[in-house]
Design a protein around this ligand. Structure first.
Ligand SMILES: Cc1cc2nc3c(=O)[nH]c(=O)nc-3n(C[C@H](O)[C@H](O)[C@H](O)COP(=O)(O)OP(=O)(O)OC[C@H]3O[C@@H](n4cnc5c(N)ncnc54)[C@H](O)[C@@H]3O)c2cc1C
Length: 241
């Protein structure tokens, strides 16, 4: 893939300990909702980096039809993120991409069931916003699991997206928020059945998973136990969490 130089335009807090970084989009960089790219810090002294080096993979958190590039990440005390957090606006980074097959399937008669754990929401925000912008006919169920609403990046705008796309349904579930009025606990087979089955046979869906490795592994097993074939599962593990 060609490499491009991009410039940091803005940083914003999008949830507790979670930041979004906005860049310009170079001409010629075309991506699909849900894809990812490799981001490299430039001009960083070697001693400030760890063994993982200056490059990390991030999903495009913005939709292709939105301006620029946005990535979002949980801020951890790691070498890469400590540098990223302090980057002055205007700083250059290198981007290599797009990569990945976390893109909405082509047959709209099959619903998309997306299971996001925490910051695993990034590719799904991109896909869901694009589906609304393009008025795609796909029915999309987005299950979004967090400890509490304060940890859930993009929660409000995803709720609002339901009003812009009748085919989009957000099921936000909280594992540690007794006052949360919606779903509580981890995403379960029972929860998916309750939300999807009245409208579609579960096995007609294409499933998308993203989040920390422990979460995606648990969801993958749950789906297989359910009878969902790996052919109908697209999955990305966000290692490092
Ligand atoms: C396709 C894809 C898309 C992603 N999109 C996002 C995104 O949108 N937002 C986001 O926050 N993150 C995303 N990630 C994860 C991201 O690339 C980083 O790994 C993560 O943010 C942690 O980075 P870090 O610099 O804090 O930690 P690191 O310095 O990379 O690592 C932290 C800890 O994890 C361990 N570790 C690192 N890599 C691995 C590995 N492969 N297997 C096991 N242990 C490992 C390290 O040893 C260390 O202990 C994505 C990953 C992939 C593959």
């Amino acid at each position: 893939m060609p490499k491009y130089t991009i410039h940091l335009k803005e940083k914003r807090d999008v949830a507790d300990g979670t930041m979004a970084f906005y860049f310009d989009r170079p001409e010629g960089l075309l991506f699909k909702g849900g894809q990812n790219a490799d981001y490299t810090l430039l001009n960083v002294p070697q001693e400030k980096l760890d063994a993982e080096g200056a490059t990390r993979t991030f999903s495009f958190a913005n939709a292709p039809s939105e301006e620029g590039i946005m990535i979002a990440t949980r801020m951890r005390e790691t070498a890469f993120k400590n540098i990223l957090k302090e980057l002055p606006e205007g700083s250059e980074m290198q981007i290599d991409g797009p990569y990945g097959n976390m893109v909405l399937h082509s047959k709209p008669e099959r619903p998309a069931v997306m299971l996001a754990g925490g910051i695993g929401i990034t590719p799904f925000r991109s896909m869901a916003v694009e589906a609304a912008a393009q008025k795609l006919p796909h029915k999309i169920f987005l299950f979004y699991s967090n400890r509490a609403p304060k940890d859930a990046a993009f929660l409000e705008e995803l709720k609002e997206l339901e009003g812009k796309n009748v085919n989009f349904k957000l099921i936000a579930t909280m594992t540690d928020a007794p006052d949360w009025p919606g779903e509580k606990g981890y995403i379960t087979k029972e929860m998916i059945e309750r939300c999807v089955s009245p409208l579609f046979p579960i096995l007609s869906s294409v499933f998308y998973l993203a989040g920390p490795p422990a979460m995606t592994a648990a969801m993958h097993k749950m789906l297989n136990d359910f009878g969902v074939s790996d052919d109908d599962i697209r999955m990305e593990e966000f290692a490092g969490y």
